[in-house]
Ligand binder design. Structure first.
Ligand SMILES: Cc1cc2nc3c(=O)[nH]c(=O)nc-3n(C[C@H](O)[C@H](O)[C@H](O)COP(=O)(O)OP(=O)(O)OC[C@H]3O[C@@H](n4cnc5c(N)ncnc54)[C@H](O)[C@@H]3O)c2cc1C
Length: 397
């Protein structure tokens, strides 16, 4: 009988883990992906979608088209619950899926409800973290171009993904300058980070100085180390009482683990794993990507989380797959090195290349460089990634 492996989540982590498991194990494994979304969305391009530079169909792929040719099962349903003792996943439609190994890559729950008035559904702010949110933010952005007013971009407390807000600040600035209307649109970058360029990892090489200089040159006003108390129509109230008016506010919400897997995790629902991404208690459960706990490198006055980027998530997926494969076949598992990070931050008319090893300080090496070649690299990577995913090939690193 083949080993039954269930993978929760159909994005960077889940698809990469499933494809890698099938590649390593072939007919020895029966791999099933469960996801509440039947599309793969290339999220790094969502800021470009907001700007009107991409359409949804440019950056989405049907999951079944990726998995079916590889002999991987796909269930388009949300997981409702995991019973680790019985080794079963229960789906929203009450299917019971027994597993020998489980891989969790369910990403974050976007916890808008923690801040009154936050979010696109029940509140007054926009967001860039899902395709639907990005489409909506794009509509608000186009209204700003017709009827200019102040922009507030950034992150609330408990966020662990800062890159897209920086990208949008640079992109909107560049686009407004191109349209010769930057003087009509004040831009504020509001963040829980203790300083610009912190990004939840205590900075990355020159990132603090780099972002400070770029923001000064571009006249983007920073408000750092702030938590949001509430949002009312057209106004963000900070915990220190400051009121920040806006016409468009694109604010990242607090992150939590998704309810289906949260009971396996810490108080915020993120899953504790060892260095091989194996659950610290349940040895047949692996968790990867945004779903896992990574302790922050330092306590910040306003709580921030450590980002788990796409690059890191792919690496985690490959490591988890090789550990499961080693458990099943009995071969010696590979020695796992510490995680590093590589990022390409779009800046509208240019981009920045960032690399750090390891992810958290103190570091052996870090590098940050603004260059037009980084923009070309980012454009090329989008095409390369989507081409590989379309053909069911797991991607770098
Ligand atoms: C706007 C934006 C820009 C980004 N830019 C970059 C970048 O330039 N470079 C980079 O390296 N990283 C970037 N990232 C980060 C990158 O997208 C994430 O690291 C990556 O998506 C994490 O993958 P994941 O599989 O952990 O989670 P996610 O991508 O969040 O996927 C979670 C999956 O689980 C599914 N799911 C959720 N709940 C359930 C449930 N109960 N049952 C079944 N399925 C469920 C979801 O539908 C989804 O398919 C960006 C992220 C965003 C939002």
């Amino acid at each position: 009988m083949p080993t039954r492996i269930v993978v929760l989540g159909g994005s960077f982590g889940g698809l990469t883990a499933a494809l890698e498991l099938k590649r390593l194990l072939g007919s020895k494994a029966d791999v099933t992906v469960v996801s509440d979304d039947d599309r793969f969305v290339f999220m790094p391009s969502l800021p470009w979608l907001i700007m009107g530079w991409r359409k949804p169909e440019d950056i989405t792929l049907p999951i079944s088209d990726i998995l079916k040719p590889k002999g991987i099962n796909f269930i388009h349903e949300a997981a409702r619950e995991v019973d680790p003792e019985a080794a079963k996943v229960i789906t929203a439609g009450n299917k019971e899926l027994s597993y020998d190994f489980l891989v969790i890559s369910t990403g974050p729950q976007l916890s808008f409800a923690e801040i009154p008035g936050l979010g696109p559904e029940k509140g007054h702010t926009d967001c860039t973290f899902t395709l639907e949110h990005a489409v909506r933010t794009g509509q608000t952005w186009r209204k700003i171009l017709e009827n200019p007013g102040p922009l507030v971009l950034g992150s609330s407390q408990m966020v662990s993904c800062f890159g897209p807000s920086y990208e949008l600040a640079f992109e909107m600035d560049a686009e407004l300058r191109r349209l010769k209307m930057r003087h009509k649109v004040p831009i504020i970058y509001l963040t829980s980070e203790p300083y610009l360029g912190h990004m939840g990892v205590g900075g990355l090489g020159l990132s603090k100085r780099f972002i400070e200089d770029e923001f000064a040159e571009r006249d983007i006003k920073p408000i750092v180390s702030q938590a949001i108390e509430e949002v009312t129509p057209g106004e963000i109230k900070l915990k220190d009482g400051t009121k920040v008016p806006f016409k468009l506010a694109m604010i990242a919400p607090p992150f939590k683990g998704v309810p289906a897997v949260a009971p396996l995790g810490n108080p915020r629902g993120f899953i504790p794993v060892d260095k091989n991404y194996r659950h610290i208690k349940y040895k047949n459960i692996f968790a990867i990507g945004v779903a896992i706990v990574i302790a922050p490198p330092e306590v910040t006055p306003v709580p921030t989380g450590v980002p788990k980027t796409g690059f890191m998530t792919l690496k985690m997926a490959k490591i988890a797959a090789s550990m499961i494969s080693a458990d099943i076949t009995g071969v010696t598992p590979p020695v796992v090195d510490e995680l590093g990070v590589v990022c390409l931050m779009d800046m509208g008319n240019t981009a920045a290349f960032m690399r750090a090893y390891p992810l958290l300080p103190p570091r052996q090496s870090s590098y940050m460089k603004k260059a037009v070649w980084a923009k070309w690299l980012k454009l090329g990577f989008e095409k390369y990634f989507l081409w590989k995913m379309r053909h069911g090939l797991s991607v770098l690193p």
